[in-house]
Design a protein around this ligand. Structure first.
Ligand code: KIV
Ligand code: ZN
Length: 504
């Protein structure tokens, strides 16, 4: 059995463009639990108050799966991890310290001996709270093998149950990485009773291959992320790892606890939340992963599927993705589908979602899972801003004019503006009125579903100042209105953050 350690919410979330707010993280964590991963690395609690809060809430919400918190070998980090994990049914702490000479010299500015001391202190402190402790020698693949043996045997004596070997900069090839895992398995004293884990980055596009090479040499845990998101080029992709193990059981002789039919839903949920679509030809979850274009392939498929298909699309959840509700569906049907998606709404929120669902169903024929996720993840807090109405006049060779009405607290505000395009007219007018400094950093519109009547989802990132960014998303069948909702969503997120800070 290979343990799947998902780090989408930690290593994945920390990469640019993948930031999630707390409610989005909880939704994704619930889906990961449903997917059947063994461990969810929920975040790095000492990194920020938001990280702390989200690890705490995920630990309290997801009780069937191990919830892991990351910590450097610093007392403050480990204290924060322990506090954040108090409510977890199955807590785990992941401590790490860099071990390569390049990191020791230039980043940490400490000796190898000091690194061992810190690592042992970190593990012992984490062990006072839980016996489930991982240790990672960061940049392990560029570390001296002799030193790795020393530090790993020290942390084993200090009480870890898992040793994770990060290829932090994605430098290794499969042969080298497998060789390193085999070497450590044979040479580190005490490692025979310890889980060896892989953690590979994809800088050379080898993260999945490296992780699997590690499995062939005795690793029994893989750290990976949904859609392969993560620092720089990303981490090893969970769906590719799991489906390779399943499809090539003859070679790996290993299984996982993952319910593979949930892979596509999980991948879609992550895309919905972050606004980052996976490429069409992405293995396992890309739109074309099971599409057969060439006539000769289609002919083969019709005669006998196995001519061109090594996995069944339904095994990764493809057949269930286009199940839809419509305006004829009632509350019962909506609740049933939401529950299948792992979304359990309190009755008051459900009432609001049902009203929005009916309004949307009047505008478009089919309501897809993606629509439902979006409707039910809209703000759960008191919204200060609300888009009341928006009229747009735009055309070829003329400036766009907008007429917008929005609510700000108790006030209703009407603005008229002109610009090159309706979205910039709208954003500039509202930003000026509410005295929001900064500028639009990113703007993306995606069709949520494949047809012409699709809901467009607008994702925006606003940079208020260096290091202060806000995100928002909104959906509508009219994409300019979707852009308006996204701006309002961003203002509400900013407002909630400011209220929290004022309370402190
Ligand atoms: O890539 C890396 O080295 C990490 C560690 C914190 C495990 O993410
Ligand atoms: Zn990493």
């Amino acid at each position: 059995m290979i343990k799947i350690f998902d780090t989408t919410l930690r290593d994945g979330e920390q990469s640019p463009g993948f930031a999630m707010n707390i409610r989005q993280k909880i939704l994704l964590a619930k889906q990961l639990e449903k997917l059947g991963v063994d461990v969810i690395e929920a975040g790095f609690p000492n990194a920020s108050p938001e990280d702390f809060e989200s690890v705490k809430l995920i630990a309290e919400t997801c009780q069937k799966v191990e919830i892991c918190a990351l910590a450097r070998c610093h007392e403050k980090d480990i204290e924060a991890a322990i506090h954040a994990l108090k409510g977890a049914a199955k807590p785990r702490i992941h401590v790490f310290i860099a071990t390569s000479d390049i990191h020791l010299k230039h980043k940490l500015k400490i000796s190898r001996e000091q690194a061992i001391e810190k690592a042992v202190m970190g593990v012992k402190m984490a062990r006072t709270f839980t016996s489930h402790v991982d240790f990672s020698p960061e940049d392990g693949t560029r570390s001296d093998r002799g030193f790795l043996i020393e530090i790993l045997s020290a942390v084993i004596q200090a009480g870890v149950d898992t040793i994770n070997i990060p290829d932090t900069v994605g430098y290794m090839t499969p042969q080298e990485y497998g060789d390193l895992i085999g070497f450590l398995r044979k040479n580190v004293p005490g490692i025979e009773n310890i889980i060896i884990a892989t953690h590979c980055h994809d800088d050379l596009g080898l993260a999945v291959a490296n992780s699997l090479a590690g499995v062939l040499q005795g690793a029994t845990q893989i750290e990976c992320t949904i859609n392969g998101i993560g620092e720089r080029a990303g981490n090893a992709s969970l769906e590719e790892i799991v489906m390779t193990l399943k499809t090539r059981q003859d070679l790996y002789q290993a299984t996982t606890h993952v319910d593979t039919t949930q892979l596509l839903a999980t991948s879609h949920l992550l895309s919905q939340i972050t606004g980052q679509k996976v490429q069409a030809n992405k293995a396992i979850v890309g739109k074309n992963a099971f599409a057969h274009g060439a006539g000769i392939h289609q002919h083969g498929m019709i005669s006998e599927r196995s001519t061109y298909e090594i996995m069944k699309p339904e095994d990764v959840g493809f057949s269930s993705t286009h199940i839809f509700l419509s305006k004829h569906s009632g509350r019962h049907g909506l609740v049933h589908r939401l529950n299948e998606l792992g979304i359990d709404l309190p009755s008051e929120k459900l009432d609001r979602v049902f009203v929005k669902f009916k309004a949307l169903a009047d505008k478009k024929k089919h309501i897809y899972d993606e629509d439902l996720i979006l409707l039910s993840t809209e703000g759960e807090y008191q919204r200060k801003f609300e888009l009341v109405s928006l009229e747009v006049i735009s055309g070829v060779q003329q400036t766009a004019k907008i007429n917008v009405c929005f609510r700000m607290g108790e006030q209703k505000i009407d603005l008229v503006a002109e610009d090159n395009g309706p979205v910039s007219a709208l954003y500039n007018a509202i930003a000026t009125h509410v005295e929001l400094p900064g500028m639009l950093k990113e703007f993306n519109i995606h069709a949520c579903t494949p047809e012409q009547e699709a809901v467009g989802i607008a994702y925006i990132t606003w940079q208020e100042e260096e290091g202060v960014v806000w995100q928002g998303h909104g959906a509508d069948t009219d994409i300019v209105i979707a852009a308006g909702y996204a701006f309002i969503d961003m203002l509400n997120g900013r407002d909630v953050r400011q209220q929290k800070l004022n309370k402190k």
